[in-house]
Design a protein around this ligand. Structure first.
Ligand SMILES: NC(=O)c1ccc[n+]([C@@H]2O[C@H](COP(=O)([O-])OP(=O)(O)OC[C@H]3O[C@@H](n4cnc5c(N)ncnc54)[C@H](O)[C@@H]3O)[C@@H](O)[C@H]2O)c1
Length: 261
């Protein structure tokens, strides 16, 4: 098997849909064995890329579970190591949309978003790091967001969770660099996935969708495979001198503002 991840094992959360599934496919195309982890089983309308990845990856496992459930995460990480031998790449893509003006936001809803997006990244990284520390090698890629580096009206819990992921990434980069483990984040702009469609096409974001599209300097939303391309770079040895970055892959969304004269 050839490819930029040949012989490597990638553990991917949120693998059943959207960005996680697209990364699974891209990693499989580059020779990685895959361990997918998600609350949901891949479905034909959201997890097409996972099914395609399964066809070409040298080996695949898929386990259901919640990134907030530390016992379950530990159990799955142990079983992946037993069955696939090691974990070289961790992609933390499990996540949920959220937000709301904080004077009306239920504390339970705040906790839900922070627990899945931020604590979940911590819990999964914690257990995968035990494998990477034994190996003295590994690459972790966390899917944050442009909303982790700048604000968005009503973003509240979502932006706080993704800002937390960005700084957790930088700290993990420092803490594990000397053990041969790199840790980076990707900050996607708005990407055409089931989550995006639920919010921006069928949900409350519908009324601002056109303005949000315009705020991407390239004048369009992104596709999951464009995030997977960046994830592949950061995951692979091609990024061997890259650690602690939060890379916007956002069509220029964070480049600045466009005013019309
Ligand atoms: N789509 C975008 O515009 C966009 C932009 C920036 C960042 N992101 C981030 O990218 C990541 C992937 O999002 P997506 O757009 O592909 O969404 P998606 O809804 O298509 O996929 C997210 C996946 O995470 C899983 N998941 C949710 N909660 C979980 C939990 N508690 N435990 C395990 N799995 C869980 C879901 O079942 C789903 O399969 C998320 O972290 C999201 O915040 C998305």
């Amino acid at each position: 098997m050839t490819g930029r991840l040949a012989g490597e094992v990638a553990f991917i959360t949120g693998a059943a849909s959207g960005i996680g599934a697209a990364c699974a496919l891209r990693f499989a195309e580059e020779g990685a064995a895959l361990a997918g982890f998600d609350l949901e089983t891949p479905a034909s309308d959201t997890g097409e890329d996972w099914f395609a990845a399964r066809e070409i990856a040298p080996e695949t496992l898929f386990e259901r579970g919640d990134v907030r459930d530390e016992q379950r995460v530990q159990q799955v990480v142990t079983s992946v190591r037993e069955r696939l031998g090691r974990i070289d790449v961790l992609l933390n893509a499990a996540g949920v949309a959220g937000g709301g003006m904080i004077h009306t936001l239920d504390a339970e809803e705040w906790d839900r978003v922070l627990d899945i997006n931020l604590k979940g990244t911590f819990v999964v990284s914690k257990h995968v790091l035990t494998a990477m520390l034994e190996q003295q090698s590994g690459s972790i890629v966390n899917i944050a967001s442009v909303e982790g580096i700048e604000g968005f009206l009503g973003g509240s819990s979502y932006n706080a969770s993704k800002g937390g992921v960005v700084l957790l990434t930088k700290n993990m980069a420092i803490d594990y660099a000397r053990a041969g483990i790199r840790c980076n984040a990707i900050c996607p702009g708005f990407i055409n996935t089931p989550m995006f469609r639920a919010v921006m096409q069928d949900g409350p974001g519908k009324v601002i969708a056109e303005q949000v599209r315009e705020a991407h300097q390239l004048g369009r939303f992104g596709e999951p495979r464009e995030i997977a391309a960046a994830a592949l770079f950061l995951a692979s040895a091609e990024a061997s001198f890259v650690t602690g970055v939060a890379l916007p892959v956002d069509g220029g969304y964070t480049a600045g503002h466009r005013f019309h004269f």
